[in-house]
Design a protein around this ligand. Structure first.
Ligand SMILES: [Zn+2]
Length: 478
């Protein structure tokens, strides 16, 4: 251009994503890791004079700052995790955070450090983000049948015009007397309910009660991916549809729902939930044909007759063997499936890794560590025992710091964490207190998967571990 050559470049940064000429995004991953590292260093500088970088703060910074930076726009570049070099770079990057968070020795393997810190491998998290992005884009989820599509949000142009939007208020009835007082003998009084069973089956129903007439009961079998909230709204929408079709003379209709969250959502004039939007349109239509719909929140499970009938009908609907309606999954459902997928893949990596055997000998699963951590946060001492990286001689010998790995208690037995914890006579005193406590509570001593069931056992275990580590530090520490 004007006699100057414009050179070709093999990468370009757009909105914080480095797009390379081969579209493999390896350069972007390196860029994101560098960026996150820099920000972490700056944050450490900033926090030091006041509260220092405690392990809890490392964990907080990691989860709230580092992970979002790394997973930013992963919907675009997430496929880069298929490269081994990318997974390795991510693992070594997050390993350093995990080791700080658990106050571990710097030799701990990534697999053990991530498990003890409960940091899921980043390549799995990136993969999860990538799939969530794809679900949002395509509206389908590969774990679900093709005919179940994402529960969409209504577009603004699909909502009622602001001038026509409806404002609803609702009365409240917590007893049969209050309900009876609100019932209008000249109008259809409709009780709606949604039901979601533990095995996932979902249903909705409504019951129309009119003076001197048999109640009309309608039941709808809904897709298992529907939430209770969706079921409740579906029931209300169907009740309103029934009102638009019925041939009778009335100017008012009452809808009794036991779902306060649904009524609150309907109250929101700009709500973009598609069922709420449908309800708004129906109320608006009914008002155009001079039928005023009034809403009542009636408390569930207090013996209000209409409620009980609707409740039973919704449960029956959930069990119906017919085809399902409302074949949508909410994004939360897909996220839950993907999270489970991540945890399964993580468990697989944890089980099959060549490193981390000491940690695995205490905890067969990632989930067991999560449970343990609710009661005992990894500390400098606890981490040494659970990782096998500490001041004991089998570790020091492995790294050629001591000449042998024998424990001074008998000068034969290798001094590893299991010996120290379970049998070394030097630490008998604290161990006995701990074992007695466990036996009193019918707990198996040294089973880290059950110890948390007794507060005392937890306390004495930590004391026992602290005693071991402090003693070793005095003798073997360098
Ligand atoms: Zn010993």
């Amino acid at each position: 251009m004007r006699n100057s050559v414009i050179p070709l470049t093999d990468q370009i940064k757009i909105l914080g994503v480095i797009i390379d000429s081969k579209l493999n995004f390896i350069q972007h991953v390196n860029y994101a890791i560098n960026k996150a590292s820099k920000i972490f260093k700056n944050l450490c500088k900033f926090v030091r004079p006041t509260w220092g970088v405690h392990p809890e703060n490392v964990e907080c910074i990691y989860r709230q700052v580092i992970v979002p930076i790394i997973t930013y726009a992963a919907g675009i570049w997430g496929t880069a995790t298929r490269f081994y070099s990318v997974r390795r770079a991510l693992r070594s990057f997050q390993r350093s955070f995990a080791i700080r968070a658990i106050r571990g020795f710097h030799t701990i393997s990534a697999v053990a450090a991530l498990a003890l810190a409960q940091f899921a491998p980043l390549h799995l998290i990136i993969n999860e983000t990538f799939h969530i992005h794809n679900i949002k884009r395509t509206g389908t989820c590969k774990e679900l049948p093709d005919d179940i599509i994402l529960y969409p949000k209504s577009k603004v142009r699909e909502l009622l015009h602001p001038a026509n939007r409806v404002t609803i208020n609702y009365d409240e009835a917590t007893t049969q007397e209050e309900t009876t007082a609100l019932i209008n003998p000249d109008a259809p009084n409709i009780f709606t309910d949604g039901s979601k069973k533990e095995d996932g089956q979902a249903g909705a129903s409504f019951v129309v009660m009119r003076e001197g007439q048999q109640p009309v009961i309608k039941k709808f079998k809904l897709c298992r991916t529907a939430t209770v909230f969706m079921c409740e709204l579906f029931a209300i929408a169907e009740a309103l549809k029934w009102l638009t079709n019925v041939n009778a003379n009335f100017t008012e209709a009452l809808i009794f729902s036991d779902s306060q969250s649904s009524l609150k959502a309907i109250q929101d004039r700009s709500n973009t939930d598609p069922l709420v939007n449908q309800i708004h349109h129906l109320i608006s239509f009914l008002s155009s044909i001079r039928i005023i719909v009034k809403f009542v929140w009636s408390k569930a499970h207090v013996g209000i007759v209409g409620n009980e009938i609707a409740d039973a009908a919704a449960k029956e609907a959930a069990e119906k063997k017919t085809a399902t309606l409302l074949n949508h999954f909410p994004l939360s459902h897909a996220k839950r499936l993907l999270r489970q997928h991540t945890l399964d893949a993580w468990q697989c990596e944890y089980e099959s890794a060549p490193q981390g055997s000491v940690t695995r000998s205490f905890f067969p699963s990632i989930f067991a560590i999560a449970q343990f951590r609710q009661y005992i946060k990894p500390s400098f001492s606890v981490t040494q025992i659970l990782s096998g990286h500490g001041y004991h001689k089998s570790y020091l010998h492995k790294y050629k710091i001591t000449e042998d790995d024998r424990c001074p208690c008998d000068d034969v037995t290798p001094q590893d964490v299991h010996h120290l914890l379970k049998s070394c006579p030097i630490f008998r005193k604290h161990r006995e207190t701990y074992i007695m406590t466990c036996l009193n509570k019918n707990l198996e001593p040294f089973n880290m998967n059950t110890v948390h069931k007794s507060e005392d056992a937890v306390k004495y275990l930590v004391e026992h571990i602290n005693q071991i580590v402090n003693h070793l530090k005095r003798i073997n520490g360098t």
